[in-house]
Design a protein around this ligand. Structure first.
Ligand SMILES: [Ca+2]
Length: 140
């Protein structure tokens, strides 16, 4: 995101500390929250418009930790492209982000395959998962 086109709030200098990312309204667009020194937190609601697909995975561990922190995910989109991500909330100092894992899928309306390596060592594979939604996944 280029700050010159990101909206007027990105043009205002300020003293901020701590940053967190997450999809606050479950619309597939990642929003941001920043802490402001001596002020109220600022919410940057992402209103970008495009036709891209997305998927947001909400993992729940059973043998692994309940938030599934450390789970590794390999997603193959319908066009064969591959992306990797993992479950974390870590953002650095004074920030903790959404533990759900977001993938942008571009023109792909389906994730052909989602491989999950849970911290317990359990491997799980989901196939043909429809996009544009939050997908809850419980450790088998
Ligand atoms: Ca959002």
């Amino acid at each position: 995101m280029e700050s010159a086109t990101a909206g007027p709030d990105f043009q205002i200098p300020g003293v901020h500390q701590g940053l967190a990312f997450g999809d606050l309204d479950n619309d597939g667009r990642i929003d941001a929250v920043v802490a402001v020194l001596n002020g109220q937190a600022k919410i940057f609601h992402n209103t970008t418009r495009n036709g891209n697909h997305w998927i947001l995975l909400k993992l729940t561990g059973t043998k692994s930790n309940r938030m599934a922190i450390g789970a590794k995910i390999r997603l193959t989109a319908a066009d064969g492209s591959v992306q990797y991500n993992h479950v974390t909330t870590s953002m650095g100092y004074a920030g903790s982000s959404d533990s759900r894992v977001h993938f942008g899928l571009g023109a792909n309306a389906v994730a052909k395959e989602i491989q999950i390596a849970w911290p317990s060592g359990i491997q799980q594979v989901l196939r043909d998962v429809a996009a544009d939604r939050v997908v809850p996944v419980t450790e088998p």
